[in-house]
Design a protein around this ligand. Structure first.
Ligand code: ADP
Ligand code: MG
Length: 335
């Protein structure tokens, strides 16, 4: 069945039917001119929006609808995690070609609602339009947090330690595998890497713990690559940094599969985008508590370097010395 057969209002009704009972902080969800909801007492509002464009951010021949639904919310959850906030409400704007199948939208929604359910997020509204050929998905995510606990990009100070959650480069390698192989994943390593790209896990709980316990001083989620996103922290905080290339955490699957000699593996991990891990700085005084707090996290946390004075610049060092920044640039939509 194609969307043109059920129409815009048929589609909205379908979406509305998928929502069960309203969350306790929602008075009015889908079905009115606007949604009405409220924050917990004493909390501030955190807002973020992301746009996913077919053939720019995703490829319908490579990703399934369910993964797309999960990921369209996950990328927003990752931004909220990097603030140390708690996600609450989401809105979806869709521009869809009329010949899209209803099953595709149903699967997309299943993925979206599954990811929402994992993180206590309610779908409270959206907007729907047809599109001449490509699919456009924009998700708005609203969350809450205590202003004095939230973590910004501008809080890093010289002397801070730099840490990262999880492992880097898996997502870039997963995309590379998907693009360059027509067969199904043939090993657990390949499956893991594909999952890291097409079905990333936002570090929501981790970000919130780092914020609520005042462990992180500056934080960002890695969507454009470690080097690029570290530079965002450094610009906003007006500091420099040193990262030790050999410290960059790499997964076993990445080490087994990356198509470069082991000396250069960190280069892939450093510029790889869409890791959706958290990069944060912390006062050295917090090192002990960070170790204790993060010990049980399945994703792990790794020390990768230090924050330096501004004049030092952002430097990546390997065994040979400082690395030429020209090889480290991340993704830029207009470059
Ligand atoms: P309006 O014409 O006032 O914009 P719509 O007909 O677009 O109203 O929307 C009707 C209701 O359906 C609203 O509550 C809106 O938030 C919701 N809605 C529309 N599109 C979507 C969507 N893609 N996902 C979730 N809710 C949607
Ligand atoms: Mg509308």
């Amino acid at each position: 069945v194609e969307l043109r057969e059920i129409g815009e209002f048929g589609l909205i009704a379908r979406i509305r039917d998928r929502i069960g009972v309203l969350a306790s902080q929602v008075y009015k969800g889908i079905g009115d001119d606007a949604a009405v909801s409220f924050l917990s007492p004493g909390m501030d509002l955190i807002s973020t929006v992301d746009l996913l464009v077919e053939d720019v951010h995703f490829n319908r021949s490579l990703t399934c609808a369910r993964d797309l639904g999960r990921k369209s919310l996950a990328v927003n959850l990752s931004d909220l995690a990097a603030m140390g906030g708690t996600p609450r409400f989401a809105l979806i704007s869709l521009a869809v070609p009329a010949e899209t199948s209803v099953e595709f939208i149903d699967e997309f929604l299943s993925g979206f609602l599954e990811m929402g359910g994992n993180h206590g997020v309610s779908l409270i509204g959206g907007d729907t339009s047809c599109s001449p050929d490509r699919l456009f998905i924009s998700v708005t995510l609203l969350g809450e947090g205590k202003r004095e606990k939230l973590v910004y990009r501008d809080g890093a100070r010289p002397g801070d330690d730099l840490y990262v959650t999880g492992t880097l480069g898996d997502s870039l390698l997963g995309l590379h595998l998907a693009r360059n192989s027509s067969k199904l994943p043939s090993s657990q390593d390949e499956e893991f890497l594909l999952r890291r790209h097409f079905n990333p896990t936002p570090r929501v709980q981790e970000g919130r713990i780092l914020a609520e316990r005042s462990l992180a001083r500056a934080m960002i989620d890695i969507s454009d690559g470690l080097y690029s996103d570290l530079r965002h922290i450094c610009e906003e905080s007006h500091v420099g940094a040193t990262v030790w290339a050999e410290q960059i955490p790499l997964s076993a699957a990445f080490r087994a599969k990356v198509p470069v000699p082991s000396d250069f593996q960190w280069q892939w991990a450093l510029k790889g985008g869409e890791d959706y891990e958290l990069l944060f700085s912390a006062s050295p005084e917090k090192a002990g508590e960070i170790l204790i707090q993060t010990r049980a996290w399945p994703c792990g946390v790794t020390w990768i370097g230090k924050i330096e004075p501004f004049s030092h610049g952002v430097v990546i060092r390997d065994r040979q010395g400082a690395v030429d920044p020209a090889i480290l640039k991340g993704y830029d939509h207009f470059a």
